[in-house]
Design a protein. Structure first.
Length: 126
């Protein structure tokens, strides 16, 4: 997440011959970056929002891996994967909260086996 944000910022600041470049869609899945950093008014994120047509963040409040990440930071600056996008975002940005989906899959093995073909690593983070 940090690398993507910095890459967009650096490319936006560069004096490129093709200055009108744009990316159609950006999707953050399992984003371990502070939700705060994706605020519309944050200058660090300005390039991402200005250089894409649509920005989608998939969040999961039940993500145990990023729960640990939050704990390591003493709850300061919660991760976008766990809490979703901040309130102040541009209209092209959307958060998809997958918490209910993962909670259902995790609580019902028959639904989980019918829906999930592969599980890599921790279930709620994969």
């Amino acid at each position: 997440m940090y690398v993507i944000r910095e890459a967009f910022d650096d490319a936006d600041d560069a004096l490129l011959e093709q200055a009108g470049w744009i990316v159609s869609r950006i999707a953050f899945i399992g984003g371990d970056i502070s939700s705060y950093w994706l605020s519309q008014d944050n200058p660090s994120t300005e390039a991402i929002y200005s250089r894409c047509a649509r920005f989608t963040n998939y969040s999961n409040g039940a993500d145990s891996v990023l729960k640990l990440s939050n704990a390591k930071r003493v709850g300061v600056l919660p991760r976008v994967r766990r809490v979703g996008l901040p309130e102040k975002i541009p209209p092209k940005a959307v958060n998809v909260d997958c918490t209910d989906y993962f909670t259902l899959l995790d609580s019902d093995d028959s639904v989980k086996s019918a829906d999930q073909k592969a599980e890599i690593g921790t279930f709620d983070h994969s």
